[in-house]
Design a protein around this ligand. Structure first.
Ligand SMILES: [Zn+2]
Length: 367
């Protein structure tokens, strides 16, 4: 039975459908996948994840379609920010460099969206680091990235997923001001203070999503992590949180997977996010927990990186933990498990999720 539906039908037949948002953060290959380290100002970045991983992904998604009767759509989040500008001379360089691929993917129903990183070069430290404090610089990074994306791609990005899933009040306000309509950065309960990693940076991975609900919301101007309370201003952007787990076992396994990247002192929050490319025996727990929850209806947002799709010998345990095979198995299991629970599934883009939410609003259902 073919179950693929147009976006119009998705809106008409909710809410028993589980709407899966499959995000792909189109970064250059990361150091643990053989990519350039962070301690060179203009490194020779490699993009094998995009040039080899994404075509392989397209083939696997078609195979999932043949097996399950529903071909997954994805949201491809493209880099456009000051780091790209400093390395390549144009913030949205990846938009132009791989434009044929983006147009092909768009033609298949996938969405092309935005993935800004606030990587900032430091002469003092001799490395790129995650800027989290200098609000004017952060605002400029986002302004430059957004406008160059729009110029090179030919239309404004509607949907965003932030680098590291990082936000603060400045970034959330800026996205809303720029006109981004929907963002998937929230990872409820996840908290990392940030610090040095073995890729050559002195500081990255600062993430704070404590107190964030599982349900979609319009962020408060005073606290990006939650909906506006009485008397607070609400930002003109929708936040759809990804699904996270409070499983201590998963958290410990993820810590093991990150061993060597993280130095001691990185405190973990209560929850953990697991990529959909993760080992099926682990991701199966996420699927089970998600299908048990009534919250976060109707969305199930998850993501992965293209370098996780690369085959061949990997540099550490990450090659065992994350792979294209795992992604295929996890998607098939998710579809099958949802159906066994009496729920159909649909893969939706950010634009389609937004349409669904706007339709709820016109019915007077508050967000
Ligand atoms: Zn990223």
């Amino acid at each position: 039975m073919k179950l693929a539906r147009s976006s119009k039908n998705i809106v008409a037949t909710m809410p028993d459908i589980l709407m899966i948002i499959l995000g792909c953060d189109c970064d250059p290959d990361r150091p643990r996948y053989g990519g350039a380290r962070y301690d060179s100002h203009r490194p020779a970045l490699t993009w094998r994840g995009l040039t080899e991983g994404i075509p392989a992904l397209e083939e696997r998604l078609r195979r999932v379609g043949t097996i399950a009767g529903v071909t997954p759509k994805a949201v491809f989040f493209l880099r456009s920010d000051i780091q790209m500008q400093e390395i390549y001379g144009s913030a949205a360089w990846p938009v132009v460099q791989f434009q044929e691929m983006w147009h092909r993917l768009e033609g298949q129903g996938h969405e092309i969206a935005w993935h800004p990183h606030v990587w900032r070069w430091s002469d003092q430290w001799g490395c790129w680091f995650q800027e989290t404090k200098d609000s004017p610089w952060i605002a400029e990074c986002l302004e430059v990235g957004y406008s160059d994306f729009a110029k090179r791609f030919g239309s404004n990005p509607v949907t965003c997923h932030m680098g590291w899933t990082f936000h603060n009040n400045c970034t959330m306000q800026k996205l809303a001001e720029l006109g981004v309509k929907i963002d998937f950065s929230a990872s409820p309960g996840v908290h990392f203070g940030g610090g040095p990693g073995d890729g050559g940076t002195v500081f990255d991975n600062r993430i704070d999503w404590l107190e964030t609900p599982f349900e979609w919301y319009r962020p408060s101007e005073s606290d990006y992590r939650r909906p506006a309370r009485a008397g607070e201003k609400e930002l003109a952007i929708i936040e759809v949180p990804k699904f996270t787990s409070e499983s201590g076992v998963l958290r410990r396994l993820k810590d093991i997977a990150a061993r060597g990247k993280r130095t001691p002192g990185h405190e973990a929050g209560a929850a953990v996010f697991l990529q959909v490319t993760a080992l099926p025996v682990l991701y199966g727990t996420i699927i089970k927990q998600r299908l048990q929850r009534k919250e976060a209806e109707p969305f199930f947002a998850t993501y992965f990186h293209p370098d996780e799709l690369l085959g061949g010998k990997q540099h550490s345990s990450v090659g065992f933990l994350y792979s294209l095979d795992h992604l295929e198995k996890n998607l098939l299991r998710l579809i099958d498990s949802a159906r066994k629970k009496g729920r159909d599934v649909a893969f939706v883009t950010g634009v389609e999720a937004l349409k669904y939410i706007q339709r709820l609003d016109t019915r007077g259902t508050p967000g």
